[in-house]
Design a binder for this molecule. Sequence first.
Ligand code: ADP
Length: 260
Amino acid sequence: KVGGHPKPQAGPMRPAGVDRILVVGSGKGGVGKSTVSSNLAVALAKQGRRVGLLDADIYGPSQPRMMGVSKRPASPDGKTIIPLQAHGVTMMSIGLMMDPAKAVVWRGPMLMGALQQMLGQVEWGKLDVLIIDLPPGTGDVQLTLCQRAALDGAIVVSTPQDVALLDARKAIDMFQTLKTPILGLVENMSTYICPKCGHEAQIFGHGGVASEATAMGVPLLAQLPIDLDTRLAGDAGTPVALGDSPAAQAYAQLAQGLIA
Ligand code: ADP
């Protein structure tokens, strides 16, 4: 035979010991993607699953705050990184490796390096599921992960507002194009129920995500109301899913439906 060996193909990245990888994406920022990721992780852990949470939202990593951790992960040998533990979840955030006050200005290859580190050098241990909180939109991180990591499914979070839905459609389209199985849509900030009088207000509209899910042929996994406790708990680093409020029960239900 003439010529050298064929170049070895880089196989899909999946940390050893991790059974499945699920990504949580959104078309836009601010729709609750990180809130859903952390609460889903906590709800799964409460159900006895071994759960990892990787915050890959390089432009706005919010998991350290939402999960209540701020320590820089240790790397005793300078090669492997020891993830942190919070609320029964093994977690790692790109934000823990950067100066929180500095903006991220990374080119593609640096991003790829960071992602590869997060998946390959972090000692995830044995996990039933690793949840990856993606940056919003359809950029480099999503593309790299979809192409290079062995993803088992994607969840797309949207509010019922038209502008958010428009972008959610693009996110779904991206996952379909890249052949990442879509588990479904989560409608967040669905309605607001006044805690004093019980009146229900459709602040961002109503029914949009359900009809979008039908139109795109993907399941509607949950409809989560606007809930003050969810916001307060997220800000305090103790996800609402740790408790047993209606919001916590909604997350428990979402978690149960995802992993049979
Ligand atoms: P994203 O990850 O899409 O940018 P976040 O999860 O950071 O969005 O949420 C944006 C803000 O909205 C946060 O302050 C969060 O606490 C709040 N939030 C998210 N979901 C809800 C909800 N269902 N009810 C009330 N506040 C919410």
